[in-house]
Design a protein around this ligand. Structure first.
Ligand code: TXA
Ligand code: MG
Length: 318
């Protein structure tokens, strides 16, 4: 098992030696390595069992550092960066040669973000290289939102998990790319479309596809727990699957006749931010229960609800 701790110097020295450390961010935990070191980058793909066509996000601590790895910042990108960084936003920007092709799977754009997490920020500031960090889960599984989640799955393959507590956002960053004057959301996430549009006006949503080379990570069956997940109307689904060996994920309500341990109410307070925070840990908890199926109800389709429903749909796609 990995050591779980809060020692930034320990994390720094492991990263400087070319090894990997799991780091907290406000969205999900990341599996981090030196973004300039191709051996460290290769280890990330190996540990996650991730296909090499799925590029990585570079994490930095300042807009200045971002400017040192990208060729240009379109006007809309700069507006978003100034408003939402540090935060759950990733921008796709033309890369400079200093970023290895392994990071971008050969593409000429690099994904970058500045995370809003105090320990991660201190760590990034202490290093003289940025960190590439995909979510710290085996490829295709649910992203981790606590240090323990990381240790459960990758503990045998990494030395250290920097523990920043549970992730306050709970779903991955929103990824935005640019084509000419247009901004396009490549992945819905922890920053809502509405908030983005309040700064730069209408943005397009990239349709998900498993064959689109522009968004290689947008494979349909991502975020899948081991158990079968079905999304739909809970009453109808419960009627179909029964109540005995069934787990439930709902927005605010419970279902009579199903044991409470098998019911995950994402947002008792009715807030989508609460639902986002609880989504992945709820999937993980139910995945460990002695049940056959996880029945999930979509949350309201606005704000973070779009990203939550997207993750539920993908968890259900097998
Ligand atoms: O919140 C997050 O973004 C977390 C934390 C750790 O920062 N990271 C994360 O990384 O979710 P990952 O690797 O699990 O997802 C990154 C996604 C992938 O779907 C990948 O295909 C896409 O970003 N991506 C990375 N670079 C890209 C690029 N140059 N063009 C298009 N998509 C890119
Ligand atoms: Mg991921």
């Amino acid at each position: 098992m990995a050591v779980i701790g809060t020692d930034i110097n320990e994390a720094k020295s492991i990263l400087e030696s070319g090894e990997l450390v799991a780091i907290p961010t406000e969205t999900v935990y990341g599996l981090a390595g030196n973004a300039f070191n191709t051996e460290a980058i290769a280890k990330i793909f190996e540990v996650k069992n991730r296909p090499s066509f799925d590029p990585l996000i570079v994490h930095t601590y300042s807009l200045e550092q971002v400017k040192s790895i990208v060729k240009e910042l379109p006007k809309k990108a700069l507006l978003l960066a100034e408003r939402f960084w540090p935060g759950p936003l990733t921008l796709l920007l033309p890369k400079q040669a200093i970023i290895p092709d392994l990071v971008t799977s050969g593409m000429d754009t690099v994904a970058v973000r500045i995370p809003n997490q105090p320990l991660a920020m201190q760590l990034l500031q202490s290093l003289d290289f940025p960190l590439v960090a995909p979510s710290a889960n085996p490829f295709g599984y649910v992203s981790p939102t606590s240090a323990q989640h990381v240790d459960d799955q990758l503990g045998e393959k990494i030395a250290y998990v920097l523990d920043g507590g549970p992730c306050p956002v709970g779903i991955e960053s929103t990824i935005v790319g640019f084509e000419g004057d247009e901004a396009i959301i490549h992945r819905l996430g922890g920053l809502s479309k509405e908030k983005i549009e309040s700064i730069i006006g209408k943005v397009k949503l990239m349709p998900h596809s498993s064959s689109n080379p522009k968004a290689p990570g947008m494979l349909k069956s991502h975020y899948s727990p081991g158990k079968k997940v079905v999304v739909g109307n809970l009453d109808t689904l419960v009627e179909e699957y029964g109540k005995d060996r069934t787990g439930i994920i709902s927005f605010t309500r419970s279902v009579e006749g199903i044991v409470p341990e098998h019911q995950m109410i994402l947002a008792p307070d009715g807030e989508l931010t609460t639902a986002a925070k609880n989504l992945f840990s709820s999937l993980r908890l139910l995945d460990k229960k002695d049940i056959d199926v996880i029945l999930a109800e979509p949350v309201p389709e606005h704000g973070l609800g779009l990203a939550i429903n997207d993750r539920l749909k993908r968890a259900a796609a097998k």
